[in-house]
Design a protein around this ligand. Structure first.
Ligand code: SF4
Ligand code: FES
Length: 254
């Protein structure tokens, strides 16, 4: 189906989010809490656009609005600019050390917020992606705690979590680089817990925590193995197998 974005027509799949269609066609919509891995979050509201859908005008979060018909979308009207400016102001008060938001703050000519201070990492926008990623993995080691200016993401009672497997998915998905992961000499430290790292049998690089390995084995009912392969070597293995198959079909010229 066709959608109209800022006066131009683009192809869209049924159910596709507006933000995805815009990005595919290099239409810039600022977005902070969107992740392709966990779409539909709709928390930061930076990605708002104006739409006319089935004759009705509204303002929606483009990362969480699925296209189900031929709609008209405006990404940068006067009204959108005003609302986005207020959102940037609020976000910058809530995450004053966030570089991306600071850039937007300057772009929208907003002075730095000095009236109140938040009691959490100044980069976190409380988008909830880290908590959602941990839940999706089935671990649920972190959650949001407290309220108002002290609201933040943490493990229960800020103690090293008994269930955390140290996979680092939370840090990987965090759009603001808030979650610290430190790795050194076969150890990974995250959320105040230290994990032993295991090496890839092929390239010898540390790549997975023992707890993560045990978790995957149990979850997918895998047998014990002496061979642990990192993603790079797994791909290389597939590449080598494909090369062998091709060499059998098309003998290599010597
Ligand atoms: S730590 Fe990162 S992913 Fe988690 S809520 Fe804060 S900004 Fe979002
Ligand atoms: S990117 Fe859409 S609400 Fe945050």
């Amino acid at each position: 189906m066709k959608v109209m974005i800022d006066g131009k027509k683009y192809d869209a799949e049924y159910g596709e989010y507006i933000l995805n269609v815009a990005r595919r066609n290099a239409v810039n919509i600022p977005a902070l809490c969107h992740s392709d891995a966990l779409p539909g979050q709709g928390n930061c509201r930076m990605c708002i656009v104006e739409i006319v859908d089935k004759g009705r005008k509204s303002i929606v979060a483009s990362c969480a609005y699925p296209i189900t018909g031929e709609i008209e979308i405006v990404t940068n009207s006067e009204r959108i600019y005003r609302i986005r400016k207020t959102i940037v102001r609020l976000l910058s008060a809530s995450a004053p050390d966030n570089e991306y938001i600071n850039r937007l703050r300057k772009e929208y000519d907003i002075p730095p917020e000095t009236r109140f201070k938040v009691d959490r990492d100044g980069k976190c926008i409380l988008c909830g992606l880290c908590v959602r990623a941990c839940d999706e993995i089935g671990v649920s080691a972190i959650s949001t705690v407290n309220r108002g200016t002290t609201k933040r993401v943490s493990t229960p009672f800020d103690e090293p979590s008994t269930v955390c497997i140290g996979c680092g998915a939370c840090a990987y998905i965090c759009p603001t680089g808030t979650i610290e992961v430190n790795e050194d000499e076969g150890r990974r430290v995250i959320w105040n817990k230290t994990f032993e790292l295991l090496k890839c049998s092929e390239c010898g690089e540390y790549f997975i925590t023992r707890e993560q390995y045990e978790y995957i084995k149990k979850r997918y009912d895998l047998a014990d193995t002496n061979e642990l392969l990192c993603d790079k070597c797994k791909k290389k293995g597939i590449g080598d197998k494909l090369t062998n198959v091709l060499h059998n079909v098309i003998p290599v010229q010597k």
